[in-house]
Design a protein around this ligand. Structure first.
Ligand code: NAP
Length: 546
């Protein structure tokens, strides 16, 4: 069969989620020919896939979990709640797609199955699941930091004959729990958001918990019209605040006070006030040493453990729910009635540390203590995060070397966006960037604005290819790890450290410096891009360049 002709673009973007949508808009505004591929049927990425019951923004939230590039967009969109539901975020993203006419350059239901760099042409060629082949000078990987589902390999799990859903691959058709015996594996953000909702409907719910978690009140509430009006009226100043704050949200600067600047009574009162207020602001108004000092961390951990004890009636269940890692060193979780759910008669908690899963049968899960008959299994088991989807794509760089070989020991990168041996490839929210530690729509915008400027410089100066030097990557690794190692974060097993995936390089791969990162990349541009190696445009590549 003759192969499809190769479509030619300036840039190919993989992924039509929050980052890919802005990539398309921004690069198209620059006058580039751009094509986006996405496996889903519409825009939204993570918000298209994660439709499990209870799914909502569990960050600092609306109205500032949004794009900041368009004043009109900010001013015309109404957010109903501080922690918007998944469907509300998806409505917003669909509106963005309509407003900026994005869909005409996106090919949906199309997986990029192979991406290869051609050194002579200085271009990337992709092969897709629909047979379409395309080539472009630049490859933008907007593949998502939390998009490759972690499917646990437990003996017999494939024999289980009941319904089985991963939270990150939730069906689009309604799922009914009525009258069913349901088991949930996993008590991260997805599990803790969905468990109270499932418990309200299911005949019986068994929660299979490996690691107990610290969770904080979501404090979700309606956003009043007056608050929306105020946000719009002050948008310029709020956007400046978003740019300045380490989280990318418009908060006042992080407090500079140590937990031990207060007396135990003052400290408790401070925690109590934050607890009553709820929401992600809890973590932004904490003491400055909570994530640095074991002793400071213990003061908050003790406070939360006390709250769990108060919420859960049965002391034995409360004991099993008691987390023992440093608080906030796994992704902080906001909950709405999670701990209280264990007071329901139809909910049972299995502590897998004491009572591990032995296997699944067609109709049950068997743990060391016995058999739990179930009709449905919900896998809230998370993702091969940050690097996993890049590795699933596994682009082939210079000499046909696949990314998985380059990343065998660690996720070599420079500025969290580029990889040596993979010229003209840019990652959004990849390893080495703040990614999930920052307001992700704003972070994507800031990275893509930087990338757009860089592309412009390359074409102005007649370069055909650019990639970082291995030395620059090593120095960046030292910087990323150096910042993380000054905190307690790397000392806890989490998806941030890769500990949830067997065989994955174990280290804290996100840039923890918040807005310092954006200053760092701006400085690199201002100093004319130290750490990069440039290659003149080849004659053969010239013919296809725009
Ligand atoms: P997660 O935080 O990685 O939690 C996965 C859970 O599954 C953990 O409790 C883990 O236990 C457990 N688990 C994994 N494999 C297991 C196995 N083989 N046996 C038993 N237990 C197993 O994943 P997530 O809850 O999907 O959340 C991932 C991230 O997505 C969040 O941290 C957050 O950044 C983001 N998220 C955001 C939102 C939002 O903003 N609306 C909502 C959901 C998720 P261990 O802890 O022992 O590994």
């Amino acid at each position: 069969m003759p192969s499809e002709p190769v479509e030619e673009y300036d840039a190919i973007v993989i992924g039509a989620g929050v980052s890919g949508m802005y990539a398309l808009h921004h690069l198209r505004e620059m006058g580039l020919a751009v094509r986006v591929y996405d496996g889903a049927t519409d825009v939204g990425g993570t918000w298209w896939y994660n439709r499990y019951p209870g799914a909502r923004v569990d960050g600092p939230g609306s109205p500032f979990y949004c794009y900041a590039f368009s004043d009109e967009l900010m001013k015309e969109w109404d957010w109903a709640e501080t922690q918007s539901e998944q469907s509300a975020v998806l409505d917003y993203l669909e509106h963005v797609a309509d407003r900026f006419d994005l869909r005409r350059d996106i090919q949906f239901e199309t997986w990029v199955e192979d991406a290869r760099y051609d050194e002579a042409e200085q271009r990337w060629t992709v092969e897709t699941s629909t047979g379409v082949r395309a080539s472009a000078r630049f490859l933008i990987c907007a593949v998502g930091a939390l998009s490759t589902a972690n499917m646990p390999e437990i003996p017999g799990i494939h024999d289980f004959a009941g319904e089985c859903y991963h939270t990150g691959r939730w069906p689009h058709e309604p799922v009914s729990f009525e009258g069913k015996r349901v088991a949930v594996i996993g008590t991260g953000s997805s599990g803790i958001q969905s468990i109270p909702e499932i418990a309200k409907q299911a005949a019986h719910l068994t929660v299979l918990q490996r690691t107990p978690q610290f969770a904080f009140p979501a404090g979700n509430r309606p956003i009043t019209p007056a608050e929306m009006a105020e946000a719009r009226a002050n948008w310029d100043a709020l956007r400046e605040k978003m740019y300045a704050h380490g989280s990318g949200f418009p908060f006042d600067p992080y407090p500079a006070r140590s937990a031990f600047d207060d007396t135990p009574e003052e400290r408790r009162a401070h925690y109590e006030a934050l607890w009553q207020r709820g929401g992600f602001g809890f973590f932004l108004d904490l003491y400055s040493d909570i994530a640095i000092s074991e002793e400071a961390n213990a003061t908050l951990a003790d406070f939360v453990r006390e709250k769990i004890r108060e919420a859960v009636h049965d002391p034995e269940t409360a004991r099993k729910l008691m987390p023992d890692h440093f608080v906030i060193t796994k992704r902080p979780i906001l909950h709405d009635g999670y701990f209280e759910t264990f007071n329901r008669d139809n909910v049972a908690l299995v502590d897998l540390r004491e009572d591990p899963i032995e296997c699944f049968t067609k109709t049950s899960v068997i743990t060391a203590s016995g058999e739990h008959p179930i009709d449905m299994l919900v896998l809230a088991t998370g993702f091969d995060a940050i690097s996993g989807t890049m590795l699933r794509l596994d682009p082939k760089g210079r000499g046909g070397v696949p990314l998985h070989e380059r990343w065998a020991d660690r996720f070599h990168n420079y500025l969290g966006m580029t990889v040596s041996g993979f010229p003209n490839l840019f990652m959004i929210h990849g390893p080495g960037s703040p990614g999930v530690f920052y307001n992700m729509p704003l972070g994507a915008e800031r990275q893509l604005n930087w990338i757009g400027d860089f592309m412009h410089v390359l074409s102005e100066r007649g370069f055909g290819a650019v990639e970082p030097t291995p030395d620059a990557e090593d120095a960046w690794f030292d910087e990323v790890v150096g910042i993380a190692n000054a905190t307690l974060f790397p000392r806890t097993d989490s998806w941030w450290t890769g500990a949830n995936i067997e065989g994955k390089p174990r280290y804290f791969s996100a840039y923890l410096g918040g807005s310092i990162y954006y200053q760092r990349i701006a400085d690199v541009a201002g100093q004319d891009y130290p750490g990069f190696r440039f290659e003149p445009l080849q004659a053969s590549g010239d013919a296809k360049a725009s």
